[in-house]
Design a protein around this ligand. Structure first.
Ligand code: C2E
Ligand code: CA
Ligand code: CA
Ligand code: CA
Length: 277
């Protein structure tokens, strides 16, 4: 259909058209909902090898009247393209800082992780915004983890490297997300100051069934350990995966085996009960 050009009015492609309509509609709704802070956040706990809480990752949720729940896989790219991610990202940062304040009263070692989009790192204001969020809720930067995927680094090492170094000097914990799915992970590890690496769910899924996946994870771990970084496995769904990963020396674990993403207050309640019990 494409080569016939845009003047061709005789083609009718309902699926394409519907997809495009949905997208345009979502763009509009997203802007409005972002401005009225209608996005919600859930927290997915992380545990150590003994099953003790180490922190939680904040994940965004969007409930619309028109389309029901829209997944981040669909709305984050839209928000990135329209620029609404800057506003949403700030809301995420503030929600994370507030949760970090609340959780510190229960357990001072537990941290809150938040995802960053590439666009948030562009421009000059991210450092200031991040420090401002900490100030506002009275938390130290080291109570927050910033999760970046390799796409966040696309704007160029010469820009991102100094920014990440400054953030790290303030105390923010820097995590490389979805490790293994990008194109140049190894050079990123070499040049950027990450404190931890999150091994992508795709590897975890294949572990038991696939000796090659095991070899890749083992190799990745050696590299991370050599560089003094801690490791997190995401998408841990079975006890067998947990045992394997624990045997390999991974430090932290996240996945449905331990908990689905839950309302932040539920996580706080769990921690409070754990302390009491
Ligand atoms: P991510 O950062 O890799 O987050 C992990 C995703 O895996 C989450 O999906 C989580 O619900 C899901 N997950 C966790 N444990 C398991 C498991 O055991 N099995 C399976 N199958 N899935 C598991 P979610 O919440 O749909 O988020 C998808 C992506 O959207 C995130 O991937 C992240 O890239 C992005 N995202 C979510 N919230 C935010 C946000 O506040 N800001 C930005 N920039 N991106 C966000
Ligand atoms: Ca993440
Ligand atoms: Ca991830
Ligand atoms: Ca991901």
């Amino acid at each position: 259909a494409k080569e016939r050009g845009k003047n061709c009015l005789c083609l009718y492609e309902p699926a394409l058209e519907q997809g495009a309509l949905r997208r345009v509609r979502l763009q509009g709704l997203l802007r409005v909902d972002a401005e009225r802070s209608a996005f919600q956040f859930v927290a997915q706990p992380k545990v150590d090898a003994q099953g003790r809480h180490t922190g939680a990752e904040l994940l965004m949720r969007w409930q619309t009247r028109e389309f029901g729940a829209v997944s981040p896989a669909e709305f984050i790219p839209i928000a990135e393209q329209t620029g609404a991610i800057e506003l949403l990202g700030r809301q995420a940062l503030h929600t994370a800082a507030r949760l970090a304040r609340d959780v510190e009263r229960l357990d001072g070692r537990v941290k809150v992780a938040v995802n960053l989009s590439p666009r948030q790192l562009q421009g000059s204001s991210f450092e200031r915004l991040a420090l401002h969020a900490c100030d506002r809720y009275g938390v130290r930067p080291d109570q927050l983890e910033l999760e970046l995927t390799e796409s966040a680094l696309a704007s160029g090492l010469d820009v991102v490297q100094p920014l990440l170094r400054r953030l790290q000097r303030h105390g923010f914990v820097l995590a490389l997300d979805d490790f293994g799915t990008g194109y140049s992970s190894l050079s990123h590890l070499l040049h950027l100051p990450f404190n931890k690496v999150k091994i992508d769910r795709a590897f975890v899924k294949d572990l038991g069934a696939n000796a090659r996946a095991m070899a890749v994870v083992r190799g990745a771990l050696q590299i991370c350990q050599g560089l003094g970084m801690t490791t997190v496995a995401e998408g841990v769904e079975t006890q067998a995966q947990f045992e394997l990963l624990r045997g390999l020396g991974i430090h932290e674990f996240q996945g449905y085996l331990f908990s689905r993403p839950i309302p932040p207050q539920d996580w706080l309640d769990q921690l409070a009960q754990g302390r009491a019990g």
